[in-house]
Design a protein around this ligand. Structure first.
Ligand code: TK8
Length: 338
């Protein structure tokens, strides 16, 4: 905690630019954008933030500079969201799941087994439905620019290989701070415990929890393989990240500046999805090589899991609004007929 506070203080204090002469201050002083994120610099998230920063600096001719601050040095997702709303921080990328307390429609993306593959995810997230959900952020003081891929989530733990639904019983499982995840894993028999991501590694290391669930990429980049033995391929939900800006700050930007940021966000999204998918394709072999014991949840057991989770959907539909739920289901049905 102390280390984190120190890091944040250093990050906030260290303006690496010389103070320009007063007469020209307006012309030369770059606009600094503090962009926070939760994973390490050497992760799919860190790499994509870098791409975003490069685009912004290039397109603005150096007039806008992104100061990327990773590893939750500015706090976990929920704390950064509040800093954006208050205008104390300009931008961030984080999980949509931690945003549901602010914008309930985000819970749509928590629906277990909503997407069958990444093509469906891209089509819905980048289409009118994804945009509608992003637009709901505006009254809450946030601007949602684009979705990035976190990915399909899989289960790791230290107790046992999960081969059947019953194997979930009693596993102390860290979940994101989100009611759908909490209820889903409780209904599967796990002892679900919500924790911010920034506390997860040490919770696993000290055995405060037995397991967690995240995409292969994160299990690798956050070195969970060092503190987790079993990995079960469940693909139980597709999890997006969302790139956010403080609305208070955004509204003070020129149209040109807003366009530079939106273009850079789209470029970073395209880079990020490709990078994430390339990495995910190799990650499983790497995790095995690092000593994890990997098993695939048998299809029949996955079906039982789906069935057990079905009642959760009614609650999500009620929460996000039946119309949005129906529209999403209809669009998925249309994509699947194609
Ligand atoms: C990183 C988190 C992470 C998410 C989680 O800040 O909390 O498990 O998957 O990616 O947003």
């Amino acid at each position: 905690m102390l280390r984190r506070t120190l890091l944040a203080a250093i990050a906030a204090a260290a303006l690496p630019f010389a103070v320009p002469p007063a007469a020209h201050a307006q012309d030369i002083k770059p606009r600094i954008i503090r962009f926070g994120y939760g994973l390490n610099e050497q992760s799919n998230q860190g790499r994509a933030v870098k791409v975003f920063a490069e685009h912004v600096e290039k397109a603005s001719g150096g007039k806008m500079r992104v100061r990327a601050i990773g590893a939750a040095a500015l706090g976990p997702d929920t704390q950064m969201q509040q800093a954006l709303i208050g205008g104390a921080q300009e931008m961030m990328v984080g999980s949509t799941a931690t945003l549901v307390g602010i914008t309930k429609e985000m819970a749509l993306w928590d629906t277990p087994f909503l997407f069958n593959n990444v093509q469906e995810a891209d089509a819905i997230l980048d289409g009118p439905i994804g945009q509608k959900v992003l637009d709901r952020l505006q009254d809450k003081g946030l601007v949602g620019l684009v979705y990035w891929e976190n990915g399909f989530r899989n289960l790791t733990n230290n107790r046992r290989a999960v081969n059947r639904l019953e194997d979930m019983e009693g596993i102390k499982l860290r979940v994101m701070q989100n009611p759908v995840y909490l209820d889903s894993f409780k209904s599967l028999g796990a002892n679900a415990i919500p924790l911010p991501f920034s506390e997860l590694f040490s919770a696993l290391e000290t055995k405060a929890v037995d397991g967690q669930e995240n995409p292969f990429n994160t299990i690798l980049s956050s070195k969970f393989f060092e503190v987790q033995k079993y990995l079960t391929v469940t693909n139980h939900v597709y999890s997006p990240w969302v790139v956010l800006a403080s609305k208070k700050w955004w509204d003070g930007l020129s149209k040109d500046e807003q366009k530079i940021l939106l273009d850079a966000a789209k470029a970073s999204r395209d880079f990020e999805r490709k990078d994430t998918r390339d990495e995910a394709a190799k990650a499983l072999a790497e995790l095995k090589a690092k000593g994890m014991e990997v098993n695939e949840l048998p299809a029949a057991e996955a079906a039982r899991m789906r069935e057990r989770l079905a009642p959760i959907n009614a609650g999500i539909a009620a929460n996000v609004g039946q119309a949005l739920w129906d529209e999403t289901q209809a669009e998925l049905a249309r994509l699947r007929r194609k």
